[in-house]
Design a protein around this ligand. Structure first.
Ligand code: IPM
Ligand code: MG
Length: 375
């Protein structure tokens, strides 16, 4: 019997509640499919910072033990990090998000896949008109370990400048940096992926009318387009892409873009599905693959049993598909989620005025429904 180890990182906010549901679903699907899973929890984000402080150790959002466990595992299932408890005016204070960025970078996970699927029963939960959502099934391929997130950062407290008295006050800079190889490995993946999809369209998103890094991005994309003539290739400026995504979302198939643009466009695209609570993601690259919902830690919902666990459960499905190559198990989870939605069950974020009050479930009860639907 195949056996796998999953490193689970509950993190902060709603993280522990939603990952608990995903773990129950994974256990059940492993039983049904006949493989064994060892799941171990480790600290990341604010939870890790607090644990360090409680132990009198220097605070870090990614403890060495967590990274070691992640490296040793077959896949990482992460929930979410961050919250007001760790917000600080001190720019040097450790931040929960550093744990997330560090694990992505340490594991070499340069490719982030965010499938945006609109479930028919949720069309009325989207802010967009239902007829615009017909046929929406797109994939955002986001570069994950470069650009503004990882470029040189600087802060000068008393910088000279052109303000009054020749002073500027504080001056900050985040550099957007990309090497050709970084751009190429992501775009190659996106072209290959687009070539295997029924519609075979790839939209590369950049800001080549302004940014040097985007011109490089476009240069590489155009070079690769000649290698995949069967792919219906186009490029769009990011501002236009943001508009088209809500004007004509069904136009898109695969969207490939750099780190920051991908972060922003994926939250926008999540609105097509009805809620950020539906968007799963897979991060792939050199090391252990990592799977996490695209949403944050929603501190306002934490501890109230109201958060939507479906993005986390769908991330577990991506883990089975891309991390463990257990396609049948992944498809089982996706079918179960679909069935639950077809039966009218909702969490508060995906409920609308037509949803009867007794169909609106909490986190745990939604987990129960998915378990029941797993056949
Ligand atoms: C995401 C999140 C993260 C990101 C934050 C929490 C650092 O917004 O995964 O989209 O910006 O990558
Ligand atoms: Mg984001």
């Amino acid at each position: 019997m195949a056996s796998y180890t999953i490193c689970c990182l509950p993190g902060d906010g709603i993280g522990p509640e939603i990952i608990a549901e995903a773990k129950r679903v994974l256990e059940r699907v492993a039983e049904l499919e006949g493989f064994s899973l060892t799941m171990e929890d480790h600290l990341i984000g604010g939870a890790a910072i607090d644990a360090c402080l409680a132990a009198g150790e220097p605070a870090t959002a990614l403890p060495a033990a967590t990274l070691e466990a992640a490296r040793a595992a077959d896949a990482v299932l992460l929930a979410s990090v961050g919250g007001p408890a760790w917000e600080s005016d001190d720019p040097a204070a450790p931040r929960p998000e550093q744990g997330l960025l560090a694990i992505r970078s340490e594991l070499g996970l340069y490719l982030n896949l965010r499938p945006v699927k609109v479930y028919a029963p949720l069309r009325s939960a989207s802010a967009l008109k239902p007829e615009l959502l017909e046929g929406v099934d797109l994939l955002i391929v986001r570069e994950l370990t470069g650009g503004l997130y990882f470029g040189a950062k600087e802060r000068i407290e008393d910088a000279p400048g052109a303000g009054e008295d020749g002073a500027c006050g504080v001056w900050c800079s985040d550099a957007m940096e990309y090497g050709e190889w970084e751009v190429e490995r992501v775009l190659r993946w996106a072209f290959e992926c687009a070539s295997r999809r029924p519609r075979g369209r790839l939209t590369s998103v950049d800001k080549a009318n302004v940014l040097f890094t985007s011109r490089l991005w476009r240069e590489v994309a155009h070079r690769l387009a000649t290698e995949w003539p069967e792919v219906d290739y186009e490029d769009l400026y990011v501002d236009n892409a943001a508009m088209q995504l809500v004007a004509e979302p069904a136009h898109f198939d695969v969207i490939c873009t750099e780190n920051t643009f991908g972060d922003i466009l994926s939250d926008e695209a999540a609105q097509l599905t009805g809620s950020l609570g539906m968007l799963a993601s897979a991060s792939l690259g050199r090391g252990t693959p990592l799977f996490e919902p695209s949403h944050g830690s929603a501190p306002d919902l934490a501890g109230r049993d109201v958060a939507n666990p479906l993005a986390q459960i769908l991330s577990a499905a991506l883990l089975l598909r891309h991390g463990l190559l257990e396609e049948d198990a992944a498809a089982r989870i996706e079918r179960a989620v679909e069935r639950v939605l077809e039966d009218g069950w909702r969490t508060a974020d995906i409920a609308d005025e037509t949803t009867p009050a007794d169909r609106v479930l909490g986190t745990r009860a939604m987990g129960d429904k998915v378990l029941e639907a797993l056949v």
